[in-house]
Design a protein around this ligand. Structure first.
Ligand code: NDP
Ligand code: 8X3
Length: 266
């Protein structure tokens, strides 16, 4: 059964990597009657993706690209009410926007990097969740909808040089867990997906401030996951029978056993 039929899905961080692949995977899985709201700061990338999805699937998948910085509470607050009637019936939120900045040890972490990571990975995810929960809770007696939070293996196992990133993802994990408990009397599903090493075009380049050669070294000698691998898991969890909550997942490539335990072929 196509359980996604007629749904409206929001994906944050849809301009690249896991978010972009997730948008395409939703469209591929339910091409007949789906609405995708794609969020990121780079609207040109979102527009390109919208054209690409429309070319592939035609009018069955409606795409709405929105330029929004999810780390800015004041911008997120008005976002749901600013949607036209057709787009306001949100069913799924995929909180994917996030980033790691630098590998500095604690004394040297730049203030801007601390702020970017906490404001995007944690506060932004909370901002978006609050905005969408209003819609979910209005639905029927007990409310319904899906919140999928992209955490990280880094949130389970902190490592040196990743203190703030790891802390932001541990906080996501904790927030997600508390949220699931708060919403226990509703039909809202709260889902956490924790990827291990995924090679996305930009994640490591962003982490190393644009240094592509350093970024490439992260993946040298190992075969990381692809964004598509994670996209498939996201869509799988949302596409389960309504009574099934895939509450928590950890997904790693075959040669990874922990955040810092990777077998590298030399
Ligand atoms: P990318 O760098 O490819 O994508 C990150 C996305 O987040 C981009 O679309 C970016 O768009 C968006 N984004 C960043 N800041 C904001 C903001 N303030 N407001 C709105 N959108 C924003 O990385 P990945 O696809 O790899 O990462 C996606 C998620 O997966 C992140 O949460 C990351 O922490 C997590 N993750 C990644 C892993 C990996 O190894 N790659 C492993 C585990 C988890 P734009 O710049 O246009 O705003
Ligand atoms: C990103 C994965 O291992 O680089 O969340 O922290 S890792």
């Amino acid at each position: 059964a196509d359980r996604l039929k007629g749904k409206t899905v929001i994906i944050t961080g849809a301009s690249s990597g896991i978010g972009r692949s997730t948008a395409m995977e939703f469209a591929r899985t339910s091409p007949k009657d789906l609405r995708l709201i794609l969020i990121a700061r780079r609207i040109d990338k979102l527009n390109e993706l919208a054209v690409h999805i429309t070319k592939q699937h035609g009018p069955g998948v409606k795409v709405l690209p929105i330029q929004l910085d999810s780390s800015k509470p004041e911008d997120v607050r008005g976002f749901v009410t600013s949607l036209t009637q057709d787009w306001q019936h949100i069913d799924v939120l995929v909180n994917n926007a996030g980033l790691a900045k630098g590998i500095a040890r604690s004394p040297d972490i730049l203030e801007d990097d601390i702020r970017a990571m906490l404001d995007t990975n944690l506060t932004g995810l909370i901002n978006m969740t609050q905005a969408v929960l209003k819609v979910f809770l209005q639905r029927g007696k007990s409310g319904a909808g899906d919140i999928v939070n992209i955490g990280s293996i880094a949130g389970r196992e902190p490592y040196p040089g990743g203190s703030v990133y790891c802390a932001s993802k541990a906080a996501v994990r904790s927030y997600t867990d508390a949220l699931r408990k708060e919403l226990i009397s509703t039909r809202i599903r709260v889902i956490e997906i924790d990827p291990g090493q995924v090679e996305t075009v930009e994640f490591s380049t962003v982490r190393f401030g644009g240094d592509k050669s350093k970024a490439d070294m992260v993946y040298e000698g190992c075969e990381p996951l692809t964004p598509q691998d994670i996209a498939e898991v996201v869509v799988f969890t949302v596409n389960r029978r309504e009574n099934v909550v895939v509450a928590d997942t950890l997904i790693m490539p075959n040669h990874q056993a922990a955040a810092t335990v990777l077998h590298k072929e030399t």
